[in-house]
Design a protein around this ligand. Structure first.
Ligand SMILES: NC(=O)c1ccc[n+]([C@@H]2O[C@H](COP(=O)([O-])OP(=O)(O)OC[C@H]3O[C@@H](n4cnc5c(N)ncnc54)[C@H](OP(=O)(O)O)[C@@H]3O)[C@@H](O)[C@H]2O)c1
Length: 273
């Protein structure tokens, strides 16, 4: 999609990847409504964008609530006079054995990573259908194509987001509305806890720079890509996992042991156990 003058809602705008996406979209002439829960980082980002000659607004809202999502769409469409694109970038993660996950935290994760993007899409879609064009961009993860031990809920939420993106793209093909799904591998942002950084080091997991990831997301948007997987060899492993999952089971077995051990060790050092 042409970004000059495009009217865009961006969730998770103050986050590691989101702030870089916001700066890149506005540098290309898009108008962006930045979404987050905290005013301070959103106001600072808006100031930075303004100083660089860009155009943005911000709306403070919790994506987990219906009211929050309705306020986002109502305010964004009023501020910009319409909506051409929704970038569902906000997300949370959890590195834990499934048996240790708190049920409320599980619910919050699926609401943030899955229900919020789906519900926001359903709120902006009527406008897009009326105007005959639009672009939904869902930020997934490599973990949404390869199920990782100790990330069952995060993986589960991103698998579902990927399926939703694919089905909706096929459904809207003749309506002028495009759906992109972009899946980064691990990125150096505060989404990842210190324990995740320990684990990444222990298993030699590659972690990308958020601005480089944002640059690839913006290219995917401009080129109306369908599904984009970032990182090598991860994009190949995604294909192998789809065709021959047993091979990937075997390849991940040793890594799973390390992932469990890092969790146990970090928990023990925190609790003095
Ligand atoms: N970092 C990685 O390793 C990695 C890898 C692959 C994919 N991804 C995906 O990339 C996307 C961006 O991640 P990131 O690394 O940039 O994460 P991040 O730095 O933690 O930023 C996430 C953003 O989401 C927002 N958010 C979370 N819950 C929210 C809620 N209930 N309501 C409103 N906003 C909410 C946060 O807003 P507040 O500022 O208000 O807290 C924060 O700005 C996510 O979808 C993530 O799954 C990340």
């Amino acid at each position: 999609m042409e970004l000059k003058n495009a009217r865009i809602i961006l969730t998770g705008a103050a986050g590691g990847i989101g702030a870089c996406i916001a700066k890149r979209l506005t540098a290309k002439g898009a108008q962006v409504v930045l979404i987050g829960r905290r005013a301070e980082p959103l106001a600072a980002l808006q100031k930075e964008i303004f100083a660089a000659g860009g155009n943005s607004h911000y709306v403070i809202a919790d994506l987990v609530s219906n009211e929050g999502r309705e306020a986002i769409v109502a305010q964004a469409s009023e501020l910009m006079g319409g909506i051409d694109m929704l970038v569902n970038n906000a997300g949370i993660s959890s590195y834990s054995l499934f048996k240790d996950e708190d049920p409320q935290a599980i619910e919050r994760l699926y609401k943030t990573n899955l229900i919020a993007p789906v519900a926001l899409t359903s709120l902006v879609l009527p406008m897009m259908l009326d105007q005959g064009h639009g672009h939904i961009v869902n930020i997934g993860s490599i973990f949404g194509s390869i199920g990782f031990a100790c990330f069952a809920n995060y993986s589960g939420s991103k698998f579902a987001l990927r399926g939703f993106s694919e089905a909706l793209r096929r459904e809207l093909e003749e309506d002028g509305i495009h759906v992109s799904y972009v899946a980064p591998r691990a990125v150096r942002t505060s989404l990842n806890s210190p324990t995740v950084y320990h684990m990444a080091e222990a298993v030699k997991m590659k972690m990308d720079d958020p601005d480089k990831v944002a640059a690839q997301i913006v290219v995917a948007i401009e080129q109306n890509k369908n599904d984009v997987y970032l990182g090598w060899p991860e994009k190949l492993i995604v294909r192998i996992n789809a065709l021959m999952p047993r091979l990937v089971d075997a390849a991940l077995r040793a890594q799973n042991k390390v992932m469990r051990k890092v969790l146990k060790d970090d928990h023990a050092s925190l609790t003095g156990g």
